[in-house]
Design a protein around this ligand. Structure first.
Ligand code: ZN
Length: 232
């Protein structure tokens, strides 16, 4: 193989390697982007917290109600025991009983309202949990696909590096230096094909003398416009 053919082959390998790097970066960005899962998780956490807070409130109310019921029982026992005969004391107990009954009624109304709130909060939390489990499973599936693609890229990169080393070993040091410099300064594309007597990279017409020299392939021939290595 003459060195132009080798350089064309090297350019192809390097271009594929560059494409792999672009794909790899995109896959890694996707893997890192778990923001959708996080926001759904945050919504679930807040709905479960809301539900738990309402239940704690209900327990407090229930304790208060049962305390009131005990007091009411004591008042009733005294009131109807027949032991209290003092009219003023009886009137006082009567008043206590009414007040406790009213308060108990209020608490029971609050309990009912809370139970309704808890039911709807539980429904919301259930929906949020289902949404979270869905997106989590989907993300895991997608990540699995991306990890598999990354493993394929790893294998491809190893193969490309092996082939590249074989080709570079056959090229003169000076040609490699020129090639590497052009790769660095010409957006990764050091070699340009001659297509219809023009440079395929910049479109500039290539003089016929240069085309003949490029065809021989023993020396490096450069595009007079973009300065890339020309290949047939
Ligand atoms: Zn050119």
């Amino acid at each position: 193989m003459n060195q132009i053919t080798l350089l064309v082959e090297l350019q192809n390998l390097d271009t594929r390697s560059d494409e792999n790097a672009t794909l790899r970066a995109a896959l890694e960005t996707k893997l890192a982007d778990a923001s959708a899962v996080h926001s759904v998780r945050a919504a679930l956490d807040s709905s479960e917290k809301n539900s738990a807070e309402l239940k704690a409130k209900l327990r407090t109310l229930e304790l208060e109600t049962s305390g009131l019921a005990d007091k009411l029982k004591q008042v009733n026992e005294r009131l109807y025991s027949g032991r209290i005969t003092n009219a003023k004391e009886l009137a006082g107990l009567n008043q206590d009983e009414k007040m406790l009954q009213r308060r108990k009624g209020e608490l029971e109304d609050q309990e009912l309202a809370l139970m309704e709130q808890i039911e709807s909060a539980d429904n919301v939390a259930k929906e949020k949990r289902a949404a979270y489990e869905n997106i989590e499973a989907e993300t895991n599936r997608r990540n699995e696909k991306e990890r598999a693609e990354l493993r394929e890229l790893d294998a491809s990169d190893i193969e490309l590096a092996r082939k590249r080393a074989t080709i570079r070993a056959q090229l003169p040091t000076e040609s490699l230096r020129v090639y590497d410099d052009l790769r660095r300064t010409k957006k990764g594309r050091a070699v340009a094909a001659i297509k219809a007597s023009s440079c395929a990279a910049c479109g500039y017409a290539v003089p016929s003398g240069l085309i003949s020299r490029a065809r021989v392939g023993t020396e490096l021939v450069f595009c007079t416009n973009c300065e890339r290595i020309l290949a047939l």
